[in-house]
Every structure is written in structure tokens, then in C-alpha cells.
Design a protein. Sequence first.
Length: 645
Amino acid sequence: MKGTLTHKILADHLVDGELASGEEITIRIDQTLTQDSTGTMVYLQLEAMEAEGIKTELSVAYIDHNMLQTGFENADDHAFIKSVAKRHGVLYSKPGNGICHQVHLEDFGIPGKTLLGSDSHTPTGGGLGMIAIGAGGLDVAYAMAEGVYSLSVPKILGVHLTGELRPWVSAKDVILYILQKLSVKGGVGRIIEYHGPGVQSLSVTDRATITNMGAELGATTSVFPSDELTRRYLEAQGRANAYRPLAADAGAVYDETIEIDLGQIDPLAARPHSPDNVAKVEEIGRIKIDQVAIGSCTNSSYADLMKVAGILKGRKVSENVSLVISPGSSKILAKLAENGALADMINAGARVIECACGPCIGMGQSPRSGGVSLRTFNRNFKGRSGTADADVYLVSPETAAVSALAGVLCDGRKSGFSLPQIEEEIFPPNDNFIIYPEGSNKSNTAVEMGPNIKPFPLNQQLPDMLTAEVSLVAGDNITTDDIMPSDSRLLPYRSNIPHLSEYCFSSIDKDFAGRCRQAKNSIVVGGSNYGQGSSREHAALAPLFLGVRIVLAKSFARIHRSNLINSGILPLVLEEPGDYADFQIGQKLVVENAPKQLEQPVIIVRNAETGRAYRTVGDFSELEKEMLLAGGKINLIKQKKKQAE
Ligand code: MIC
Ligand code: SF4
């Protein structure tokens, strides 16, 4: 990996370990971000760590997910985050300022810096040449308290870009193309580094669209060089000083390489219900659509929305279609208002909603029963829109806009419309949505805790004999949306694990919570890529609250595996994937001498009734073993503090 941009940035931040693929390293974290639906846990955990201030250069708490205030819960969460942010010296981005990743790109991201965020799409910052990683809330709290993050060094997948995109084809199509090639598992254990002459034809926000959806590949992160276009982007945001040129060396060696000629890509769409179920728009055909939603951290930049406004200008949205647009940031919305593009959208019949995640996380705008929704978002998992039987397709802003006019999915190249030219704009600095913590002092800032904010569950030390009952046998590619669904009904309870846990796995199996309660200690069995998708540690904390002690799967997604370990839940991989077929709900399984077995390369899980032994692999680092023994990361931190006293 020598000479790669990734190697350079990691080497610059290396605190401990050897920079070689598969090795456990600790890196310095320069910046963190949190958002509100994971943020309450982060700050509860930061408080539990008794942190004295924060050790990062910059930490920002965004409010962008829980924006519907249908009761006191979300507003109480905001007040809590605001008070803790002030107490610990964290910047607070008020609701309305925009989606964390878009705002961070515009206002705070710096080439060559590291960013850890409690949201899986934190790699958006890779568009600016950052190593930006999504993680569970506890890891982000720890990074704030100690300024470091540990990970095992991923392989570097070099994507060599040549050529230029043709008209009506955009960055979204590039990442959909890669998803089609590599699948939702293709990036697991990898950092994706883009290089080659094709990079120069992609703007910073195009690059950010691509690195953002690297999360859907399961990649640790994705990164682009920082070049002249980066300089111009930062200058336009009033942050010319943040610029620093960065690129891989000419002879950089990648662990794996793929070649992409941008000129060969067509407008694409991810069909229901997975971001890698990709086909050419033309091949899918002119399916009738009910809704078009434009926005999200993937496609809500100024350039994206100007393209949309240009396509809509002087035209009319189809009578069958509800078109909703959510701009990525307050700066973008203000600019669209000033230059008339907002009026072009509204006059065409678009419904413009606030700068937030909104429909992307099921916070409103759920499609009608059995409806078809085209979205410029990044995830189309079943039910995520809030309508269980809706069909969601993921497309580019161009395809979304032209289809909204036609009332059917269509390839813009056939529309006969010309694409608008987007002029570069200067965005005057506006920090009226930001609360700076200057002058704050831990001792004099009280934490505001609403009644819906409950303590988070803690595990116990790993017992000698771990006996548990199978409470669920789930399939491949189980998402964290499956494990802990999130929509407008449930998001208000992100600070209330006891309530939330009642809905754990509810879209797959309504009896899951009850069964776990009866079993007391239980095991979830899963297929491959278990826990893909979001960073929400609620997908580990709710099972923990219900007594899940082990998850046995064919393979795990990165962030969820860490969240399980942080919670003291054993993530075990079946050495023989065919063994999966043996498991059934109600079986009693046992891990004998669990702490001792943790030290061994193979951990035996035995069927307590038949005695049949299953070989599993943990592949745990030393730190992970310590966490599992202690019953999770917080317990370990407390133990270590006590020992030091
Ligand atoms: C998502 O897109 O699924 C989310 C909501 O942003 C999550 C975080 C969460 O569950 O709060 C993510 O991507 O990490
Ligand atoms: Fe928000 Fe959607 Fe992006 Fe998650 S994927 S951060 S819900 S816009």
C-alpha cells in the first residue's frame, strides 16, 4: 500500500501498530461528527466515560435526522445534545442547517485530515481527500475523549478512472455501476482509492456522491485526491486556507485494482430492494412512478439541485407524480432562493421540504401503498421509506427530474431536453445556524435530560459457560434497518432503548422481543454480510437489552461487528457456512470455557441437546478480546480507570 494516498494519510496519523493490511492500528482522529439519531447515545456514553473536554481539533453535533417534532421526544433530544455539546466544547449545528455530511463537506472538511462520524455515510468527506470513517457511537465518543480510533488495516482497492461522463450520466451512475460490479459486500475490508485521469472531470461534490455510497459497498471508506478542483471548491466555500494538494505517488501499489472508463457508463438505477440490484434505466423500461424524491447526503449539493431546477424550469411535473426536494444545506437553499432556481422548482410543481434527511430515513413522504418511488438517495431496503410494500429505485438527480416530468422512469438522453450549464458560485460564509462552544466550561453547563432519555444497557463480564437459546434464524444481507427499524414512529425513541427494543426485528418477526424475554439469554443466527447498512449501535443495544449474547453468522458487516463487540455481544463466524442450515429457533447452544476459548483461533459452539460441535472463528484483536471479556467497551474503560487509581 506504499505510495497510496490512503497510506500517506494513515501514516501521518499513526499512533500505534504497523501499517500493513490486516494489522490492528490506532490512528489519531482530527475531527468527529455526530447526528441526532445516533448522537444522544454518543453523548450519554461520553458522559459515562467522565471525559474531561475533548481531544479532537474539531467536533460537530448535527441535528438533521429527527426533525419531525410530533411530540416532545425529538425536541428533548435536541436540547440534550445542545447542552452536552456546550459542556464538552463541541460545535452544535441547529436543525435547519442541513444534512451532516453535506454541511461538513462545505464548512469543515479538510484534505488530509481524519474524520470519524457516528453515521455510515461519513466517507462523504473522502470527496475532499479526507480519511473519513463511519463508526458506532461509542467509538466516536471514545475518539472525542481520547482523540484516537483503532481499526484493522483494510486492503486498498485502487479504482483507476479514465475518460469522461457523457451527458445525462453523473456521479451517481458511477457508484451504481461499481455497486453492480462489486455488490453490497464487495467493499468489505477495503478502502477504495480513486485515481487516474478521469478524476479531473469529477467535481468535489461528484466525488462526494461516489465516496458517500462507498458505504453501500461495505467499504471502510473511499478517498479521492485533493487537486485544483478541491482548491476551487474550498475557495467557493470561503475556506481557501483549508486547501492542501494530495495524491498518490506515481508508482503507488494497490492491493487490488479495477479500471473504469467513465465514458462507457449509462444512466443506471438500483431496483428494489438493494443498492446493488442495478440495471440500465433504458433496460428497466418506462415504469409508471408515483413519487420522486430528490435530496439526501448522496445527491443534495448545489450543482445537483441546479441541474434539477434547470430541467424543471418552465415545465410541469406529471399529474401522477409527487415530487419532493430536500436541499442538503441552508447555504444551498439560500442560494437557490437568491438565484431564482427555487422558484423554478416550485413553479414546476415540486414540493420543497426542509434541509434534512427527511424521506431518506422514513421521516415523512412515505409513498402510497404499493407505490413506486424514484429517489436520489443511497438505500432502498424494503420498508425503509415507511411503506412496507413500496418499490424504491435509486437514481441520479438528472434521471429523477426528467422522470418526474414524464411520470415514468426515463433515460434523459431520450427526452430531447438540453442540460443546464451550472455556473460556479461563491457561498458567503454564514454561521448563523452554528452554536460555538467558546467560553463553555464543563462544570457550569448543566445537561438537559428529557423524560424520554433513558440509561443505555450495559452487558456483564463474559461468563465461563455461555448458554443461550436461538431466538432467530435470519438470511443473508440482513440490514440494521431489519434489526432495528427506523421511521417516524421509532426515531423519537433512539434515546430510549427499553421502548425501542420492543420493535427489534419487528419487520421480520413480530415475536422476536417476546421470545428473547422468555429465553433470557439468546443467540441470533444470520447469513452473510450480517448487519450491513447504517452505523446505528441501537442494532446492538436493543438486542443486548433483550439478552442476545451471541450472533452467529456466515460473515459480518464492519460497523455492526464493532458495535456488537463494543456491547460485549460475541460476533462469531461459522467456519463451515453449510452449518447454517442446522440452526433452528429454540435450540439451546453453549460455549464452554468462553474466556479461554476467546484466546483460541477456533471457538466451539455446541448444541446443548445433541452435543454436536460447530467450529466458529472470532478473529478478534487483543483489544476486542479485552472488550468481550469485560462485557463491552464502557465496562473495559471503567475497569481500566479503576486499575489506574
Ligand atoms: C441511515 O442512513 O441509515 C442513517 C439513519 O443515517 C444511519 C444512522 C442512524 O441509524 O441513525 C447511518 O447511516 O449510519
Ligand atoms: Fe441522512 Fe439518509 Fe444520509 Fe442517512 S443516508 S445520513 S438518513 S440523508
